[in-house]
Design a binder for this molecule. Structure first.
Ligand code: SAH
Ligand code: SF4
Ligand code: F3S
Length: 442
């Protein structure tokens, strides 16, 4: 059959879609890239904010038209919204054929065969650990690949739906991950991005206490991956701040391939709000960790996630968030307007901050980010940096672009030997508020 997959949500969902595509291909199906040519439409969905669910539901609802023209069309919903709503989705959307929860993704090929034969609608949302081993295939083949090293989350931040829809945290073994990485590198991959809701909890068997000094299975994994010949860069997202102990920091500073960039979710800069969010750190302990990382790895850059408008967030709480953000000087930040998620603890409280205030706080943080980025980029004028070449610039076909290890994009004019997935030296010759332009210097 011809299968079209549309993905919503985070990189982990993208990774799951890629693994499902690879499974389907291995079973003789073809992946197509337009809805019109498909026999099966699969929507891999997200639940993290209400807007994410509304977007997917709107799209799936709209597919009713296509099904009316093509009655044999099979429509399925997978992923986090599928897990959260299950049967309810079948009831709400009469043209929907199946619902596949986050623990059942690896069963897609057999489920498709069943539904093609019987046309019986179903919803499968039982948790299963088999999904961990069944989702290692890769459909896309470029210089970049992603590896899921953990699934699920045990932290239960009060606003967050993820632990409910992705289930308990489980880790793969070091040997399993290293084997997948070696195979990818043998097939031309140069950069690997490790994925997990809290990658630094890798190998801790679901224990929510940060590891003891001297102990970090995540650092052990990085050490092993660092040894792979032919691999140029290792990235990871997201780690939880409290898990950066001496062992991990020492590894990050020493490892040759691990990039000097950390996505370190802050969520709020107010201790009162952090406590209500059930985040297990304070403003001071977060800032102390950032200082420790900066002293071990002087060129490190940080990015972050914050939520504005958590129930009860005052102007004073928001001012604290803003202050921490400017102090850490994040190179990138993602600001989310609080969205109550039914089932998550904070949804029991009134969503008290008005939408306009959330939007105003969002705009303030975006403007602060733009100012910081402009300053950082201006400071790179005349410097020579190493980039991993990504390919032709999306907006200007005469230029190519690449990224520094610190995750800053650089555009430049190509030479004859330019090739995606190689490391090149670029001297920055021009900066503007949002981008860097350079000249190949090797
Ligand atoms: N595991 C990651 C986060 C995954 S969800 C971590 O702990 O950092 C990605 C981001 O969505 C979160 O960092 C948070 O900022 C945001 N988010 C999660 N739930 C939300 C909610 N109910 N409303 C608004 N933003 C939310
Ligand atoms: Fe959600 Fe917190 Fe788990 Fe991240 S660590 S996925 S924010 S519960
Ligand atoms: Fe990711 Fe959304 Fe699920 S952020 S884990 S796809 S709820």
């Amino acid at each position: 059959m011809k299968v079209y997959i549309k993905t919503y949500g985070c990189q982990m969902n993208e990774r799951d879609s890629d693994a499902m595509a690879s499974q389907l291909e291995a079973c003789g199906h073809t992946i197509v890239f337009t809805e019109e040519e498909a026999d099966v439409l699969l929507f891999n969905t997200c639940s993290v904010r209400d807007a994410a669910e509304r977007k997917a539901k709107g799209k799936i609802g709209y597919m009713k038209k296509l099904k009316a023209q093509k009655p044999g069309l099979i429509i399925g919903v997978a992923g986090c919204m599928a897990q959260r709503l299950g049967d309810q989705l079948l009831a709400e959307l009469p043209h929907l054929d199946f619902v596949l929860g986050t623990g059942q993704l690896h069963t897609l090929p057999e489920k498709l065969a069943e539904i093609a034969a019987t046309r019986a609608r179903f919803s499968a949302t039982e948790p299963s650990f088999d999904v961990l081993t069944g989702m290692g295939g890769h459909f896309s083949h470029t210089w970049h690949a992603e590896i899921a090293i953990t699934r699920g989350c045990n932290r239960f931040c009060s606003y967050c739906i993820v632990p409910y829809v992705r289930g308990r945290e489980i880790s793969r073994s070091i040997s399993d991950v290293v084997e997948e990485a070696r195979e990818l590198v043998a097939n031309g991959v140069k950069e690997i991005l490790l994925l997990g809701q809290n990658v630094a909890a890798f190998g801790l068997n679901g224990d929510t206490r940060p590891p003891a000094p001297g102990y970090s299975p995540f650092a052990d994994l990085l050490d092993e991956l660092d040894k792979i010949d032919g691999l140029l860069r290792i990235r990871y997202t997201s780690p939880y701040v409290s898990y950066f102990n001496d062992r991990l920091i020492e590894t990050l500073a020493r490892a040759k391939k691990v990039c000097h960039n950390i996505h370190l979710p802050l969520q709020s800069g107010s201790d009162r709000i952090l406590k209500e969010m059930n985040r297990q750190y304070t403003r001071d302990s977060y800032l102390a960790k950032v200082a420790e990382l900066r002293s071990a790895i002087p060129d490190i850059t940080f990015s972050t996630d914050v939520i504005v408008g958590f129930p009860g967030e005052t102007d004073a709480d928001f001012a604290l968030t803003r202050e921490v953000m400017n102090q850490v000087d994040y190179a990138q930040s993602f600001v989310f307007k609080y969205s109550p998620r039914p089932g998550a603890k904070s949804a029991e409280r009134q969503d008290s901050v008005p939408e306009e205030v959330k939007e105003e706080r969002n705009q303030i943080l975006l403007a602060d980010l733009a100012a910081r980025v402009e300053k950082r980029l201006a400071g790179m004028y005349q410097k020579t940096v190493e980039v991993l070449v990504e390919g032709v610039s999306p907006r200007n076909p005469e230029r190519w672009s690449g990224r520094t290890g610190t995750n800053i994009m650089v555009h430049f004019e190509p030479d004859d030997k330019i090739q995606a997935g190689t490391l090149r030296q670029v001297k920055i010759i021009q900066t503007n508020p949002v981008s860097l332009f350079g000249k190949l210097a090797d």
